[in-house]
Design a protein around this ligand. Structure first.
Ligand SMILES: N[C@H](CCC[C@H](N)C(=O)O)C(=O)O
Length: 264
């Protein structure tokens, strides 16, 4: 089976072009192919599929085999792949995702995705107790669920042991279906810093839906302008809220290598 390895800010997935390949059990394949020792290695698996309502459809699976409805870094890479490999002829086109249609614009090096509207999924700065510790978070839905936790300094952000504390956030009973958790430090109204512990994949170097969620939370808290740079471990994303409420996310999307995966 042919695959392509792509990354957006180090959020890396194994991509399979389902215009030419068939994947019978993507949940199982995701677990095996995303394994960094026994497989190709990645944060999960993304299928680039034909669609009846758009030129291309994205399906994303986390490293544990669970399917996510939306993936920002994945959408940029799918857009890059679709354009570079001739699945589309225009640089501007729609992608069908589990969360609905997302519009993509493929530039020379950067790709922009219209992430749609973010929705407050509860209260701003809701009280929550995680692992016995009382704290606050802002729940945001960007097609997939996020919880945004504010931290008070860059040092605190850098010092978080997410491998250790992450699972208690991911599986908190407030979110019965699990949640992607972002830890956000607001440096200024235009500069945000975040780390993410993703549902189903653990800490990743970047998360496009997560960056959209933190931009939304910071704006709703009155602490960010409508255009911000989000600094992630793997690099920077630009997020802008348009007058219609939609978030435009701009960042890199890179093909790293391709090969053949010998499954079974
Ligand atoms: N890394 C992705 C999000 C994956 C979300 C997934 N972990 C879920 O279960 O919702 C992004 O760039 O938006």
């Amino acid at each position: 089976m042919k695959f392509t390895k792509m990354q957006g800010l180090g959020n890396d997935y194994v991509y399979i072009d389902c215009f030419s390949e068939q994947v019978a059990k993507p949940e199982e394949l995701a677990i095996r192919i995303a394994d960094r020792h026994f497989g190709v290695g990645g944060d999960g698996l993304i299928l680039i599929c034909p669609s009846e309502i758009a030129p291309v459809r994205m399906r994303m699976f986390n490293a544990d085999g669970s399917e996510g409805k939306m993936c920002g870094n994945g959408a940029r890479c799918v857009a890059r792949y679709a354009y570079d490999h001739g699945l589309v002829t225009s640089r501007s086109f729609d992608i069908e995702t589990g969360a609905g249609i997302r519009h993509a614009e493929v530039g020379e090096s950067l790709v922009t995705i219209d992430m749609g509207e973010a929705v407050l999924d509860g209260e701003l700065e809701e009280a929550i107790t995680v692992d016995g510790k009382a704290t606050r978070m802002t729940p945001v839905n960007v097609g997939n669920p996020h919880a945004v936790y504010l931290v008070d300094s860059l040092e605190t952000l850098r010092g978080l042991d997410l491998d250790k504390i992450g699972p208690a956030y991911e599986h908190h009973p407030r979110f019965p279906e699990g949640v992607n958790s972002e830890f956000l430090y607001i440096e200024s109204p235009t500069e945000l810093h975040m780390r993410v512990y993703e549902r189903g994949s653990g800490e990743t170097l970047a998360c496009g839906t997560g960056a959209t969620a933190v931009a939304f939370a910071a704006m709703r808290l009155g602490r960010a302008n409508e255009k911000v740079t989000v600094h992630l471990l793997g690099g920077d994303l630009m997020l802008e809220q348009l007058s219609d409420g939609h978030f435009r996310m701009t960042g890199p999307a890179v093909e790293v290598f391709s090969g053949s995966y010998f499954s079974e």
